[in-house]
Design a protein around this ligand. Structure first.
Ligand code: ATP
Length: 903
């Protein structure tokens, strides 16, 4: 099917043409064939998600506890326990549902796009909208989203290893093949799930969605890894540890309680409640929500995280290796200088507007200057970008190339017209390795008749690469042999232009002999070296690509935050250094290395230097891997940007692979952990800030929870051991657990970054979530809450109030104290008052709600009955609040003392 047909009959069968489908037809077919996507594995239904909340062992124990209570006639306890179990389930459900939504949002944001021809014009659409009969454009780095029959190709090579396991890319063709050609040899077809690694082409879509022959749709991009994050793992571990310890203590005290005369059922229920209170089983879900919400905030700041664990890594990043073009700079190039015929010309004009002059000193260069004409002709023809007017001047394609189109237009060379007049017969595409691009055009009625040939090859690329392939130079109206002195002079010029922070490229051409005529020999059959040799040097071009405005501040922020910025670029050493200096990436004692200098260093030599190098220039993608390895060996957490197909291994190897959303290829995006929607370096820094903030918040709300749990266990322990009194009933403990673990941690997870966040050194990745600091804080504040309860206990015993009042007071005190404590953990170092008491609104609401819930339990009669509470007088409530407030006051004092010690 299709592969054995001529392209015209494929077009006919699929009811399409070179012009593509009409929008109406495409829409009709979309209804008919459905979206181009694989049927996803069944999503977890909302109901199942809800049910899954009740799978935990603890809930199970609670349910058993309620059954036991019911059997023994304690119906109220049974109902209350079931009710809290249900509420805990609802809470867990809400949290997981939100996390799930955050992940779905990510999926929709990272879904791939495709370029198609519809109604005769190119259009970018979501690849899910592709239908059979669409003409799809393929270029290097694309993940192919459909099965398609190729109708045009320029050196199109496709990596089909995802299907065949064969890692050598397959050279594609357009000719029809015999009907008995086996599946893997159908070289005129491309298949969903494979990737273009070289060249470009066009193909007619033959199958979409589940109909694709391998069914392996390029859905990779849309999938978000859901593996447990290191944070969750360490939380699990911590949970198990604290759970085990509590169980031992609780069992011990329960036995002691029974021995000293408490009813066994009470002790059993109480033990279960306490165990539930002490085991932070809700925390992993809250952490996921925390991460999920952070991811949402990052999206607003143009960073799309593809894997949840990356959020943690981001916060620990201490080296960011970044591309230059487009990430640090605006990628809005303007040609400023042209060097032809031994002279440097100034080019005037603004942006992409094709109006401007070519000046030699103060005077304009004549229109018919041969040197400038042939130079600009090459610049426009050896070029895949274009310029059009639509609400101002716009470009398509690579901005480096577009700048050349604009410059050519200033001399009256309109690219679209030229393309029609002088058709391209063949090309060798640009790659980061070759650093050049070559085309082969037919110049019929050649106005530049001095070339004496209708067939001309044009090359453009890095000056040293182009110069190395030139044996001649076009000067004073003639093609002459290139002398070493002239080559030397050109190199000097390159340096001079690069020193002005200009991006420099060289152009060359070559009139081809008859023997290269396409009628005689296909362009592809000639070895590359043969085409790109013996060329005539045409000139140099200097382009300005201004730094992005926000980048300078972002780099300063990194510096303050103990993060090193390293520039890794394919550009010239001198240009790279000039821009790096301007951006303050390159400082006085820093080193720069070129790709070839790096090659000459062995592993240990490089490792000794790597921490001092801040600019790598003229590198190949493969060098990025070496940089990552060396930095990792030195214990750094490395973020690395990339956009091309060949960057994929480096993006995978880095702790944090960052792909470009605009210029990045599908392949690089798939290999990354994060995608920058705006390609902007400053967005990386914002993401790091968010990453740090999320980690800080998670750490804070865990410490908050830890404090509360330690407090509760201590109170009960001391009261039972010291006074043989149950200070809190099982249902009360469950209630405390439910309301204090419910809303406040969620609110703490949205605490905004504080001012010191990007002034601290990066977090040590080795350091776990719970360090000595957290334990000390937990014990200290937990101890404080227990002491407050003891004060109430001793007072109550001395004044002879009934035990139910004593329990109600302690019950309320613990809840209030934990609410004050929630404010403590908005920051572990800054006073709540300096943060602004109401700056975290969700927390204010969470605390108010929790306090109201507690008052309801104390004052509404039927709940009094359920929770065995008695109403408290206003003065009792006031005293409890005052006592509870010491939790906030003491932590404020500690923060104040710590701040003084640091300064
Ligand atoms: P960065 O790695 O920071 O994005 P870069 O764009 O300079 O920088 P590459 O895209 O690898 O890196 O380009 C390397 C060199 O190849 C450039 O410095 C330029 O001389 C040359 N070059 C870039 N684009 C083209 C192109 N479209 N055609 C020909 N040569 C090009």
């Amino acid at each position: 099917m299709y592969y054995d047909q001529e392209i015209s009959s494929v077009f006919e069968e699929l009811g399409t043409s070179e012009e593509g489908l009409s929008s109406e037809e495409a829409e009709k077919r979309l209804g008919e064939y459905g979206k181009n996507e694989l049927k996803e594995k069944e999503k977890i239904s909302i109901f199942r998600l809800f049910l899954s909340q009740f799978k935990s062992i603890l809930i199970f124990i609670l349910i058993i506890a309620s059954i036991v209570s019911a059997l023994l006639g304690e119906t109220i306890d049974a109902i209350v326990i079931l009710f809290t179990v249900f509420l805990a389930g609802v809470l867990g459900f809400v949290q997981e549902y939100r996390a799930e939504k955050a992940i779905e949002l990510l999926k929709s944001l990272t879904s791939p796009e495709a370029v198609v021809i519809r109604n005769g014009t190119e259009k970018k659409i979501s690849s899910t909208e592709l239908v059979p009969g669409d003409i799809i454009l393929l270029q290097t780095g694309d993940r192919i989203p459909v099965d398609a029959r190729i109708n045009k190709e320029f050196n199109l090579k496709v990596d089909e290893s995802s299907l065949t396991g064969e890692s050598v890319p397959v050279q594609k063709i357009t000719d029809s093949l015999p009907a008995d050609t086996p599946g893997t040899d159908r070289k005129n077809m491309v298949y969903a799930g494979t990737a273009v690694v070289y060249g470009r082409g066009r193909a007619v879509v033959t199958a979409t969605g589940m109909k694709t022959s391998f069914g392996e749709l390029a859905g990779l991009l849309g999938t978000i890894e859901r593996s447990r994050t290191p944070l969750q793992e360490s939380l699990d571990k911590f949970g198990r540890w604290i759970g085990g310890a509590t169980l031992v203590i609780v069992a011990f005290v329960a036995v002691l309680g029974v021995l000293s005369g408490f009813p066994p059922l009470d002790m059993f229920l109480w033990g279960v409640a306490l165990a539930v209170a002490a085991i932070p089983e809700a925390l992993p879900a809250v952490v996921t929500v925390g991460l999920g919400l952070g991811v949402r905030r990052m999206v607003k700041r143009h960073a799309l995280v593809r894997k949840l664990p990356s959020v943690e890594t981001l916060g620990a990043t201490d080296v960011i290796c970044t591309d230059k073009t487009g990430t640090l700079t605006q990628n809005k190039m303007t040609v400023e200088k042209i060097y032809v015929n031994g002279q440097t010309l100034n080019v005037t004009g603004n942006g992409y507007n094709p109006e401007g002059k070519f000046l030699k000193g103060d005077s304009e260069v004549p229109e018919d200057d041969k040197h400038l004409r042939i130079f600009l002709l090459g610049a426009a023809l050896c070029n895949d970008s274009n310029l059009y007017e639509e609400d101002g001047w716009k470009i398509t394609g690579d901005p480096t190339e577009a700048a050349l189109v604009v410059a050519a237009a200033k001399a009256g060379f309109e690219k679209s017209k030229l393309d029609r007049k002088y058709p391209r017969l063949g090309e060798i595409p640009f790659s980061s390795e070759s650093k050049r691009m070559t085309t082969f055009n037919k110049l019929e009625d050649n106005p530049e008749n001095f070339l004496n040939s209708e067939l001309v090859t044009f090359s453009k690329g890095a000056p040293e690469v182009i110069l190395a392939s030139c044996t001649k130079i076009f000067q004073n109206g003639e093609m002459k042999a290139l002398t070493p002195e002239q080559a030397q002079e050109i190199s000097e010029q390159v340096k001079e232009l690069a020193n002005q922070a200009l991006r420099v490229m060289a152009l060359s051409f070559r009139p081809l002999e008859e023997s290269f005529s396409p009628e005689k020999v296909s362009f592809r059959e000639i070895p590359v070296e043969k085409i790109e040799e013996d060329m005539v040097f045409s000139g140099l071009i200097g382009m300005r690509d201004p730094p992005r405005e926000e980048v300078k501040t972002a780099i300063k922020t990194c510096e303050d935050a103990g993060i090193k910025t390293v520039m890794i670029t394919g550009d010239h050493k001198v240009t790279a250094a000039a821009i790096a200096r301007e951006l303050r990436i390159l400082k006085e004692n820093d080193l720069t290395l070129t790709g070839s200098e790096l090659d000459s260093l062995d592993e240990s030599e490089f490792e000794n230097k790597v921490e001092k190098v801040s600019v790598y220039s003229r590198v190949y993608p493969i060098h990025k891997l070496r940089v990552i390895e060396a930095l990792k060996k030195k214990g750094h957490v490395v973020a690395m940007t990339g956009d091309g197909v060949n960057d994929a291994p480096a993006l995978k190897a880095a702790d944090m692979g960052i792909a470009m959303g605009i210029t990045g290829t599908d392949v690089s995006k798939e290999a990354s952990s994060m995608i920058l929607a705006d390609d902007n370096f400053a967005s990386i820094v914002s993401a790091v800030e968010e990453g740090r903030n999320i980690f800080k918040n998670i750490k804070n709300f865990i410490t908050y929870g830890l404090t509360a749990h330690i407090g509760e266990v201590l109170i009960v322990l001391i009261a039972i051991l010291g006074w043989q009194i149950l200070p809190l009933l099982a249902v009360q403990i469950l209630w405390i657990n439910l309301i204090t673990d419910g809303l406040p941690p969620m609110a703490l997870s949205v605490e905004p970054p504080d001012r010191g966040l990007m002034k601290q050194k990066p977090r040590n990745v080795e350091e776990g979530l719970i360090t000595r600091r957290e334990i000390v804080a937990g014990l200290g504040l937990g101890g404080l809450i227990a002491s407050q309860a003891l004060i109430v206990l001793v007072w109550a015993l001395n004044s002879g109030v009934p035990i139910s009042k004593l329990q109600t007071m302690i019950f309320t005190l613990v809840v209030f104290s934990e609410m004050f404590n929630a404010f403590n953990w908005r920051s572990d170092r800054y006073s709540v008052f300096s943060l602004g008491l109401f700056t975290n609104k969700p927390l204010v609401y969470a605390v108010l709600t929790t306090v109201i819930l507690q008052l309801i339990v104390v004052y509404i009669p039927f709940l009094q009955f359920a929770f065995r509470t008695v109403p408290l007088s206003l003065s009792e409530l006031g005293s409890i609040t005052a006592l509870a407030s010491t939790t906030l006051i003491s932590m404020e004092i500690v923060k104040y003392l710590n701040a003084r010690r640091v300064h």
